[in-house]
Unconditional design. Structure first.
Length: 132
């Protein structure tokens, strides 16, 4: 296969993790401010597509948690950052978009002795700042 191509059928997985971490402000805020006793993570072996965001958004709820992550191989050329902002403004749902590059950054953080959750915190702060 060519570099950057994904020869396999679109595969997606949803993982749900219990948010019990009390070591980082990000997870504490997720639990207290966004009711996220669970964190949902949708993982796609493809480029980010616009329907991935509302798909996870429809799953998030007050009883389950209002924070989720969408992880895809890369971002498309068109801008999709407005979709998570709209969900946050209209429904108070927090969806952070991550790609291969973000995961590599998080691994570099860990190797350098920095908590990789700091990358999630940065993405969260960017989403909050984009609201206005």
């Amino acid at each position: 296969p060519e570099v950057g191509s994904y020869p396999y059928k679109l595969q997606a997985s949803r993982l749900v993790f219990r948010n019990q971490n009390k070591d980082h402000d990000f997870w504490i805020e997720a639990r207290e401010k966004h009711f996220s006793k669970y964190v949902s993570v949708d993982i796609y072996n493809s480029q980010l597509q616009s329907d991935f965001i509302p798909k996870l958004g429809s799953y998030l709820s007050i009883t389950h948690g209002m924070l989720g992550l969408v992880i895809a191989r890369n971002l498309p050329s068109q801008e999709l950052s407005g979709l998570p902002v709209a969900l946050f403004e209209n429904e108070q749902k927090v969806i952070l978009l991550l790609t291969d590059i973000d995961l590599l950054d998080m691994l570099s953080y860990k190797a350098g002795g920095v908590n990789p959750v700091c990358r999630l915190q940065d993405l969260y702060q960017f989403l909050i700042a984009s609201k206005n």
